[in-house]
Design a protein around this ligand. Structure first.
Ligand code: ZN
Length: 276
């Protein structure tokens, strides 16, 4: 992402160097001094054979594409026949097209949380020159199914695919985030790249002050073989479970704009750290 900016900077620098200013006016004649030799006349540097203006800067690398996948959708609950339809989920299994997601005890739904955070991450990434594709256009629709969500990342040739969720553990003391990734890997992208994306995201979220899960995975990481969106991904993909919506402290953070801004900033930083 810095590359295009640097390229532009270099181009401007070159242009600055190439636009030779007009020669300064001749200095007034020096007073003749018979006791000292005349200073040497200033020499005018000869123009370079090739003007810097003609130098061709290397083409800027295309901006990376990141696919953000906000979990669930606002109309899923009202359309069970659609969202319960079985779809391929990888490893020879099927799963429901999608699910309704969870909610805080006060009724703030997971789909609204994931949508809000995804939009914030999208805007933060776009400001850094990253092209972003969302797997759904708003928070009022149905689905898309998990296999379609994975296909969107594959078709975009995404540098990274990040699904955003929040959990609904029935244990109200359970709290903390974890990062799920496909394991054992089913393709090259699910190997080292996905694991590096997961660990980078984990490390960045910890650095942002967020605590790892007390109840799932280990040190904030959770290898999974049962998540269709991860199984079907041919790009480096992770699923961020931001925390437990049934935990009072985390529910308060999820339901408030300041808390969502913090999660979005941490997830954005994780993506940028992975992209390098
Ligand atoms: Zn979810």
């Amino acid at each position: 992402m810095r590359r295009p900016v640097l390229a532009v900077t270099c181009l401007l620098a070159l242009a600055g160097c190439g636009s030779t200013p007009a020669a300064p006016p001749s200095p007034p004649p020096a007073p003749v001094s018979r006791s000292s030799p005349a200073p040497p006349a200033p020499t005018t540097p000869s123009a370079p054979a090739t003007s810097p203006l003609t130098t061709t800067a290397p083409p800027a690398a295309p901006a990376p594409v990141v696919v953000l996948d906000p979990g669930h959708n606002g109309a899923n609950a009202a359309n069970p026949a659609v969202v319960n339809r079985p779809v391929p989920a990888g490893r020879g299994r099927t799963k429901p097209c999608n699910t309704t997601g969870t909610a805080t005890d006060a009724g703030y739904p997971e789909h609204a949380f994931t949508w809000d955070v995804a939009v914030r991450v999208r805007d933060l990434l776009a400001a850094r020159g990253v092209r972003v594709v969302l797997t759904r256009p708003d928070d009022n629709g149905i689905g898309p199914c998990v296999d379609r969500r994975a296909a969107i990342g594959n078709e975009a040739a995404a540098a990274a695919v990040v699904s955003i969720h929040a959990d609904g553990s029935t244990d109200p003391s359970a709290r903390g985030f974890h990062i799920a990734y496909s394991a054992p890997p089913l393709n090259e992208a699910q190997g080292e790249p996905a694991l590096r994306l997961a660990t980078t995201m984990r490390d960045t979220m910890v650095s942002a002050g967020l605590a790892t899960s007390t109840y799932i995975g280990s040190a904030g990481l959770s290898p999974r073989d049962d998540l269709g969106g991860l199984n079907l991904s041919e790009r480096p993909a992770v699923l961020v479970e931001c925390g437990n919506m049934r935990n009072a402290a985390e529910a308060a953070a999820f339901a408030g704009p300041d808390g969502r801004r913090s999660y979005a900033a941490a997830i954005t930083a994780g993506i940028l750290a992975y992209l390098g």
